[in-house]
Design a protein around this ligand. Structure first.
Ligand SMILES: [Fe+2]
Length: 293
């Protein structure tokens, strides 16, 4: 298979686990320079108190500074529904461009309606510095990387392939975790299956980095596996499971799941590239659409 970039480079990947949301943020360093990217940062929120803090983001910032790295990109694999992005906070301190998939526009339209946003909420992705199309390439230092459109969990999901490391977002979980839900507005189980197959066409030795891990069956938290491991052992799609089997299982399972605890604040912030919305007087404010989700 042909790839738009050299996928044999081996970037240094450091994962940072966020206990509150079971999210893993990554610093990815070009092996041949001090340039790096951050994938899926987290801003802390105490939703009951309406309080936002930055301990997790500060840890990423400290790591970048302590290692003398130059931050070039803040990548969002998708509009997360379970945690808030800290991209603007980190950008203010370290620079870098915030990038997401071009189908953010669809997500903004869907949730712009649900949150009854006014016309001041732009639905054109302009809150982000870069909108990626399927197959788009960009660089982290001298390392050329590419984005793969992988809808299904959400319409804007992308997997970012940086050398031999792929950041799968919520396309896949660890082999014993399976896959993410496909029942959010704009999600689709059959589409997710096809996207997973696309990721699994990468070489077997490709390192895969998860956005989430919940330590199923009491095991310790893990976030790294390979394409080969997922193909052989993923409990939802591995070992030759068919699309029909997957769709039936995923649909039945999704019907039993509660909404993520932070979906209401997460969507409002993340569809704005991590900026907290403000009311007419410019005061930071979040809404709760009653029976809207
Ligand atoms: Fe997600």
């Amino acid at each position: 298979m042909d790839y738009p970039v050299d996928i044999s480079l081996k970037p240094d990947v450091t994962g940072f686990f966020d206990d509150a949301t079971n999210t893993i943020s990554y610093v990815v360093k070009d092996p041949n320079s001090n340039s790096c990217a951050i994938v899926d940062s987290v801003m802390d929120i105490d939703y009951a108190a309406g309080r936002i803090t930055y301990a997790h983001a500060d840890e990423l910032i400290r790591f970048v500074e302590d290692n003398g790295l130059k931050l070039e990109w803040l990548i969002e694999t998708h509009v997360h529904a379970d945690h808030l992005s800290a991209a603007p906070y980190i950008q203010e301190k370290l620079g870098g461009k915030i990038g997401i998939g071009e189908h953010i526009v669809t997500v903004q339209n869907v949730f712009g309606k649900i949150f009854n946003e006014g016309t001041e909420f732009q639905r054109d992705g302009s809150q982000f510095d870069a909108l990626f199309k399927d197959g788009d390439t960009y660089t982290v230092g001298g390392m050329e990387v590419f984005a793969m459109h992988t809808p299904g969990h959400t319409p804007a999901c992308m997997v970012h392939v940086m050398g031999d490391a792929a950041f799968v977002g919520d396309t896949l979980f660890m082999p014993d975790g399976g896959s993410a839900r496909a029942d959010f507005p704009g999600g689709d189980a059959a589409t997710l299956f096809d996207s997973i197959q696309k990721v699994l066409t990468l070489p077997d030795e490709t390192r895969l980095f998860m956005c989430h891990d919940y330590g199923p069956n009491g095991r310790d938290i893990q976030w790294e596996t390979t394409v080969g491991e997922e193909k052989a052992h993923n409990i939802h799609v591995g070992g030759g499971k068919t699309k029909e089997e997957f769709v039936q299982f995923r649909t039945e399972r999704d019907a039993t799941l509660d909404m993520p605890k932070l979906i209401i604040p997460s969507l409002q912030v993340n569809m704005r590239a991590g900026e907290v919305p403000t009311d007419d007087d410019g005061v930071p404010m979040l809404k709760v659409p009653v029976n809207g989700l």
